[in-house]
Every structure is written in C-alpha cells, then in structure tokens.
Design a binder for this molecule. Structure first.
Ligand code: ATP
Length: 256
C-alpha cells in the first residue's frame, strides 16, 4: 500500500452510558483509495465517521493523518444520508453554504467552483431552483457538490444513497464512480448494500457486530473503470458471497 493518508490505530469509542460502539479498530487507508465499510446495524460505522470528523472524542487509540493531509484547510467533506439542504436557499446557495460561513468575499471566490460542480453533477439548469423543486436524487447531488466545494482530501459518505429508490441509487452510484475516477479522492463510504460496496470500492471493510471491529478486509480487484455490467460477472458474485458469508457468520441480515 502507498503511504496511508489516514490510520486508525487501535481506535475505541465507549459512549457515556456504557455503549461500546467501536473497540480496537485498526485500519490504514491509502491516499486515493475508495474504502467501503459494511456491517450490521449499530456496529459503529457512523461512529467511526464522527471520530474522523472530530464530532466525538476517541476513548482509546489514535487516528493519524499524513502531515500533508492535516495541513489542508478543508481536509474532509461529508455527505449524509439526508442531504440536509436549507429550504429557503437556492441550489447554488446550498452548495456555497461552507463558503458563506466564511464570509461574503469567500462566497464570491467560490461561486465559479460551485457552478462547475453543479455542471459536473448535471444540475446546471437548477442553480436557481429551491430544494423542494428537486427530486431526492437531485437533492443528494447538491449535497455531494457541497461536500466537494473546498476540494477535500478525504470524502466521508454515510449511507448517501440509502434513502433513494433503486434506479436513482444505481445512477448516483455510477455518477460517484465517474467523479472518483476523475479526482481519485480518498473516499470512506458507509453502506448497508454489499453490491454497492463491491461496485465502488478498492477495499471493503466488514465490521463485526457491536462493538465494531474489523471482521474482514476484502480487496476488490475488479478492473476500472467499472460500469453496472460488472455486477453480472462471476468475480463480482464471488466478492459479494464472501462478504455476505462474513456477515452471516456474525448472524446479521443486510440489504442485497
Ligand atoms: N451519541 C451517542 N450516545 C450514546 N450512544 C450512542 C451515540 N451514538 C451512537 N450510539 C450507540 O453506539 C452504537 C453504534 O452506533 P452507530 O450509529 O455508530 O452504528 P451504525 O453501525 O452506524 O448503525 P446503523 O447501520 O444502524 O446506522 C449504537 O448502539 C448506538 O446506539
């Protein structure tokens, strides 16, 4: 592996009240790598992202960042399951929220970049629309554009397509593949869908039931660029079976 951009070094998180969400989680993530994390409900996946974002303190271990990554002003961008758009703002203003928080001058500087991202995500004609005028998939695209605004080194995605219908979900997965091929950002992607994880990732980390630990790490060597055609290949089936069997051995049920 190339030098890791981020390392979880025996990370633990015990919440006040006694829940042990994550225990002794150990993982290196390489620069430019697409890593998915799958695991049963409540195994601590979202907690891991909160620890990366600094929204919760660790109770054990360390998360280390490569020095160069730490220096960057906007190291991480975050995409949530719900896009969390401001209903009174236009699409463009929603993308620009992180800039607006830094003042009007920053907003002006970043408007061109925001418009470029809207173009890239097929939303050129909707810059002046409001969220209620958009479909769920389009709203989630706005959330992705906002997360990419400051060109973060690491993109964190917490079940970003979980609330979408199957067709929209497939389309956004393909869009994300295309964006990733272009930029090769480091992505940490949380999902309940094994096939989504295999389609997107370089590696799939399978977590154990709570307390979440690394149960297995599966290298996905399917050729890139990938399209939905890869889903019907024998190799794809083999990967999904292997991940499912790790999860089944932990007696959990997950989405297809
Ligand atoms: N702020 C908190 N305070 C106390 N316990 C919490 C807190 N946040 C999460 N937990 C607990 O930690 C455990 C892990 O939660 P987390 O949301 O990380 O799981 P998850 O794997 O993302 O779940 P899901 O797949 O259902 O979204 C759960 O038992 C949850 O109840």
């Amino acid at each position: 592996m190339h030098e890791p951009v981020m390392s979880f070094d025996h990370v633990s998180k015990h919440y006040r009240g006694g829940t042990v969400a994550v225990e002794d989680f150990h993982l290196d993530i390489a620069d430019g790598e697409f890593v998915s994390i799958v695991g049963p409900s409540g195994c601590g996946k979202s907690t891991l992202l909160k620890l990366i974002m600094g929204l919760e303190p660790l109770t054990g271990g360390r998360i280390e960042y490569r020095a160069q990554a730490r220096k960057e002003s906007a190291m991480t961008g975050m995409v949530f399951q719900q896009p969390l758009l401001l209903p009174w703002n236009t699409v463009l203003d929603n993308v620009l929220v992180p800039s607006t928080l830094q003042g009007r001058a920053q907003r002006r500087r970043d408007e061109g970049r925001a418009r470029e991202l809207l173009d890239m995500l097929g939303l050129t004609d909707f810059a002046g629309s409001h969220p209620y005028e958009l479909s769920g998939g389009m709203q989630q695209r706005v959330g992705i554009a906002r997360a990419l605004l400051h060109d973060p080194r690491i993109l964190l995605m917490d079940e970003p397509f979980g609330a979408l219908d199957a067709m929209t979900r497939d389309q956004l997965t393909l869009d994300l593949l295309e964006i990733w091929e272009r930029d090769r950002k480091t992505v940490v992607f949380i999902t309940h869908s094994i096939s989504e994880a295999v389609l997107l990732s370089d590696r799939v980390v399978v977590m154990t039931p709570r307390p979440g630990r690394v149960g297995d790490v599966v290298d996905i060597t399917l050729p890139r660029p990938r399209t939905l055609d890869v889903v019907s290949t024998a190799a794809f089936g083999e990967y999904t079976r292997r991940i499912r069997s790790v999860l089944d051995n932990a007696e959990v049920v997950t989405a297809p």
